[in-house]
Ligand binder design. Sequence first.
Ligand code: SAH
Ligand code: SF4
Length: 360
Amino acid sequence: MLPTQCQTPVGPLVGMELPDLRNLLGPDQPAYRARQLYDALYRQQVANLSEISVLPKSLQNQLVTHTSMGLPAVERRFDSADGTRRYLLRLEDNRTVEAVLMPEEGRDTICISSQVGCPVDCKFCLTALMGLERNLTAGEIIGQVLYIVRDAGLELKSNRLNIVLMGMGEPLLNLEQVLKATRLLTDPSGIGLSQKRITVSTSGIVPKIAELGQAEVRPKLAISLNASSEAQRRELMPITRKYSLAALMEACRAYSLRPWEKLTFEYVLLGDVNDSDTDARRVVRLIANLNCKVNLIALNPGPGIPFETPAPERVTAFQHIVRQSVPCFIRKPRGLDIYAACGQLKRVAPDLLSLATEHQ
Ligand code: SAH
Ligand code: SF4
């Protein structure tokens, strides 16, 4: 494709797999050039085409002229008192997405977005208020990781790093790009993360769960359960009208886990709505006989979210009941002071400043 035939920019390069790069360079370049470019993009993680000194100058110049890297730029970074960093990243079309770094003792977790906004409309989630603007490309998905790793000076192969697709968006409505991003993140000759360290979370797009299960390279699966009965889930997550709770649980039972894998169920506790002992017992019945664990999240409040955070005693009482059947953890909210916690990601910088007055 390069050099002279193409007048319009090709790319972006980040997000291309080896066959894409071979295609881009065309038959005139020796086959190993694509491999060198791949190595520079993903193993060395260059931020700039001019850093790829292994390529001949002429090819480098062609790449600079005809392609773009496609890495995001930072629009703003918010640092929380608890060490959490929330990034507002600008894409090539000037739309912005959020990604969050949560450093902890012994491990770091990066929470990334899969869409700009989200079409799913869960009633407790701030991102839902944006609606869907567009899907992210595989390059834009991994670009968030590459940007943050560089910004925070993280070691990618250190086995400390976990990636969760739990930022903005419903990843299974963008499955093809999510799977491509996962292949790029896990390729041992590239970025080289383990599949065990990447998790995708879904609101329950039932047909896509089956499709995910068939992918050779795929993240671990977390299901946002968030309700204990069909009627309750329809209220809280209207997607349940399309894909019922019964069908979702059926898809979980049919999902083929790898030998090292457990399903995760996430459950957002909303005060006096889905947090009673009866709810906990119904959750236990729903997940009976599944190889799984449960993560409880007490609601992170936000403007325009018509629910209350339950008292800590309620959360532990719920945990106590579920824990009698399966491992059950309480997820600690991170970065609450900078609106970086689950369900609080909503877009552009001025929003953070005006968040308190919005949607009143
Ligand atoms: N769309 C996907 C992934 C992004 S949401 C999904 O729904 O699974 C990531 C997690 O945050 C989900 O488990 C969701 O239920 C939870 N969440 C959404 N809003 C929240 C809020 N206000 N407080 C706590 N958790 C929330
Ligand atoms: Fe979308 Fe997940 Fe928020 Fe629901 S909870 S609106 S699926 S991001």
